[in-house]
Write a protein that binds this ligand. Structure first.
Ligand SMILES: Cc1cc2nc3c(=O)[nH]c(=O)nc-3n(C[C@H](O)[C@H](O)[C@H](O)COP(=O)(O)O)c2cc1C
Length: 315
């Protein structure tokens, strides 16, 4: 019986499923897995690293990105809109911004901030709604669009329903149609197997996010665990491989980058600072994470964001 809830990441009540904190909780396992990875030191010839990187043809100051959050405007205090505030932080930091499930009017307000943004759309049962949101994102300057393919099941074992909108299965041929419906790079968010990585590539996706969406799947493996296999499988394909889940420090980010991620997104790691201090809170947190990333890169002789090396890791 799962009674007492001790999730390390409960999040604001009612916003996201509160995970159990027990053996089935992929967040707990993920945290332990990330923490078990250690690094050797390579300081001779090590210099101050350059964190700059290029994603979808755009230049960013760091491979640490914003998360595809959603619904947060509902919990913003005093009329504040956290979805807009973290976009402002992305703009200030020159970080890639991501946006999850938001109605078109809210999406337009976030896009108007001017940060380079990727829109992630839910796998709605209504495919026309997906196509409409892809088009809207295009018209509002998104630099990529995608679907969180891992948000199909609900906790009742049926297709999930979010805000009254039924979600449905993601069939590969439908994915191909969404990819073909836009000129923008298409992202499959929530890949946690080599099989799905290959299917996403074959469907024409230009990027994937290795993720279990803050522990949606019970007993899910750690993204860090599957990342090297996925990276190796997609080598030479041109598909970018991003990762997220449980990244709370620049050291966590370093480990995923060393394991092969082209860039990483911080999820609930910025949620507390965002809800407490808005744009400033997020900016401060990400600057600190970039400092930690730079520190560990310098200790391990990694000169820039294109030169990460898995051989420094002890797993
Ligand atoms: C409040 C909240 C809302 C989210 N909404 C979405 C969403 O609409 N679409 C999506 O793909 N991911 C969504 N996510 C998941 C994040 O994009 C990300 O995958 C996840 O938070 C990473 O795990 P972490 O929180 O452990 O870093 C949401 C996460 C939170 C905390």
């Amino acid at each position: 019986m799962m009674s007492e809830i001790k999730s390390p990441w409960p999040g604001p009540k009612g916003l996201i499923p509160v995970t159990s904190g027990k053996a089935d909780d992929a967040n707990v396992y993920n945290r332990a897995y990330l923490d078990s990875i250690h690094v050797e030191m390579r300081v001779i010839d090590a210099v101050l690293p350059d964190l700059g990187c290029e994603i979808f043809g755009e230049k960013f100051s760091s491979p640490i990105m914003m998360p595809a959050f959603s619904h947060l405007n509902k919990v913003g205090k005093d009329g504040k809109k956290p979805m807009v505030q973290y976009a402002e932080a992305a703009l200030e930091l020159n970080a890639l911004n991501w946006v999850g499930m938001e109605p078109n009017d809210e999406y337009a307000e976030i896009a108007a901030v001017g940060a380079k943004t990727v829109r992630i759309i839910k796998p709605f049962m209504n495919h026309d709604k997906i196509l409409d949101e892809i088009k809207f994102a295009e018209e509002h300057g998104a630099i990529a669009v995608g679907i969180d393919i891992d948000h199909v099941p609900g906790t009742d074992g049926k297709y999930d329903v979010v805000d009254g909108f039924p979600l449905g299965p993601v069939m590969q041929e439908e994915l191909e149609k969404y990819v073909a419906a836009t000129e923008l790079p298409f992202v499959a968010k929530g890949v946690l197997s080599v099989q799905d990585a290959v299917k996403a590539k074959d469907a024409g996706c230009k990027a994937i996010i290795v993720s279990h969406h803050h522990g949606r799947i019970p007993f899910g493996i750690a993204p860090a665990q599957i990342l090297p296999r996925i990276k190796e499988t997609l080598e030479g394909s041109g598909v970018l491989v991003f990762a997220d889940c449980s990244i709370d420090t620049g050291y966590d980010a370093y480990k995923l980058l060393a394991l092969g991620a082209d860039a990483v997104a911080v999820g609930r790691g910025i949620l507390g600072p965002l809800l407490k201090d808005g744009r400033e809170g997020v900016t401060k947190k990400v600057i600190e994470m970039n400092q930690q990333l730079s520190e560990l890169m310098m200790y391990t002789g990694i000169k820039d964001a294109c030169s990460f090396d898995k051989s420094v890791l002890y797993i």
